[in-house]
Write a protein that binds this ligand. Structure first.
Ligand code: BG6
Length: 461
């Protein structure tokens, strides 16, 4: 049988998840993260008042979950390590129980022919590190590099694909601009410093990895193609600045080893350049990534501002553009995000043409759905909308691969429904649903569909 959308041989089929979202912060021995702290301070800000200890319990059920991954044809799976679990307090003694847990998970994945992709940081800084200044502090960067070294030494013999950060812009936006992550600061100057320091931490860890290990190391970025409302110069400028802030402030240093000139001039003009150190420039230049994970959910639609910002209001990226609701855009009615499948192709073409065709893969893409139980039929969630969502994106990814983009795989967010920060269990994304009372996992319809896709290395429309 011929397969209409056939992917290159060896394509990575899998899914992604993160430590804090699936392990359960009170399972086993672990230090606390900013999430434990924030939940303790302000439980009401979490959907239904559910905090980071009530997760899908991967900590105790990882064997069953990995066997389910195998059933649906995963050949790769991305997890993150919890820094606070591995080294409670962020620095100092390693928690042997955590070492055993992560060793077990890695070995179990390998025994099931699933290659582990390991990410060092997914939004969950240990509270002690945050209290010492978080990513604003060079001391914390040094502690993060020590943590990376410990992780490489412990697991690098079996893990050959590593990532320094997942979506580093999210803690910047959430923690320092728009108040949806701890420490709930709203201050662009500090946000810019955090963004910059994160890339310094990233480059130091890439450097360390290349000196001591022999696999690949990359970063995972949520790229949101920025589309202008019109071709009029003011809209084009607005969209360009949005792209500089939300994509290129991480993409360029990670892949090209330098910041875009336009971004530097803009920050300089407004007196908002971050504090730097002498050897930072060389560090960034000499430590570009081996591969790039791309998380793609939705694009940004951008227009010029209707009104000039009040010059006395504090500087914010939003001074330069407004978001724009394009008439007729397709929406995910169950989450409120735009669905624009071609965005995945535009990202890949941009990487091919402007970023040296860096090796990449879709490290997250997925469809969140509220109240998903309404689609239960005979005990299974009939999530045809998710199948449409995935296949719609895969068609464009296939086209990108055919046109020479160096794209190596597709991972869904996420393997099973999981706790998601402030949104807790509001939006469900998994191939498997999880009964929050009993912990029971049930494959959704999309899980069997994806099993066929990975088996055939492609699909028919
Ligand atoms: C991704 C994050 O961007 O979005 C995940 O990497 C998160 O950690 C996911 O869970 C879904 O977010 P939400 O808000 O729809 O639950």
């Amino acid at each position: 049988m011929t397969v209409e959308y056939q992917f290159p041989e060896g394509f990575w089929w899998g899914s992604a998840a993160s430590a804090t979202q699936m392990e359960g912060s009170r399972n086993g021995v672990s230090g606390e993260t900013i999430w434990d702290q924030w939940f303790e301070n302000e439980p009401n800000r979490f959907f239904d008042g559910v905090g980071p200890h009530q997760t899908s319990d991967f900590y105790n059920r990882y064997k069953e979950d990995i066997s389910n991954m195998k059933k649906i044809g995963h050949n790769t799976f991305r997890l993150s390590l919890s820094w606070a679990r591995l080294i409670p307090g962020g620095q100092g003694e390693v928690n042997e129980e955590a070492v055993t847990f992560y060793n077990n998970v890695i070995d179990e994945l390998l025994a099931n022919d699933i290659e582990p992709f390991v990410n060092l940081f997914h939004f969950d800084i240990p509270i002690e590190m945050q209290n010492r200044g978080g990513w604003e502090s060079r001391e914390v960067i040094a502690a993060y590099v020590d943590y990376a070294k410990i992780a490489f030494d412990l697991f690098g013999d079996r893990v050959k694909t590593w990532f320094t950060f997942n979506e580093p812009i999210v803690p910047v936006e959430g923690g320092y601009l728009y108040d949806f992550h701890y420490p709930n600061v709203v201050d662009a100057r500090r946000a810019i410093q955090v963004a910059y320091n994160t890339m310094i931490a990233h480059a130091k860890v890439v450097d360390l990895y290349h000196q001591e290990q022999n696999g690949k190391i990359g970063i995972i970025l949520n790229l949101t193609p920025s589309y202008p409302r019109s071709q009029n110069p003011a809209d084009l400028k607005a969209s360009h600045i949005c792209d500089l802030f939300f994509n290129r402030s991480f993409l360029d240093p990670a892949v090209k080893g330098e910041y875009p000139e336009d971004l530097i001039s803009l920050l300089e003009e407004h007196g908002h350049l971050p504090e730097t150190q002498l050897d930072d420039k060389d560090l960034l230049e000499n430590n570009i990534v081996d591969l790039l994970g791309v998380n793609y959910y939705q694009p940004r639609r951008v227009k010029a501002k209707d009104h000039l910002p009040n010059p006395y209001s504090p500087f914010m990226p939003d001074w330069f553009f407004d978001n724009y609701e394009m008439p007729g855009r397709k929406m995910n009615p169950y989450r409120g995000w735009e669905i624009y499948e071609k965005g995945i192709y535009d990202i890949m073409i941009n990487l091919r043409d402007n970023y040296g065709n860096i090796e990449s893969f879709i490290s997250e893409n997925g469809m969140g759905v509220q109240d998903e139980d309404r689609f239960l039929k005979d005990g299974r969630i009939e999530d045809d909308y998710r199948i449409d969502f995935i296949s719609g994106h895969l068609k464009w990814l296939h086209k990108a691969a055919q046109e020479g983009c160096n794209v190596k795989g597709y991972h869904l967010w996420t393997f099973m429904d999981n706790w998601s920060w402030m949104n807790a269990y509001k939006n469900r994304y998994g191939f498997y649903s999880v009964d929050l009372e009993t912990g029971e996992r049930t494959a959704k319809k999309s899980a069997s569909w994806f099993a066929d896709v990975s088996k055939q290395n492609g699909f028919n429309a």
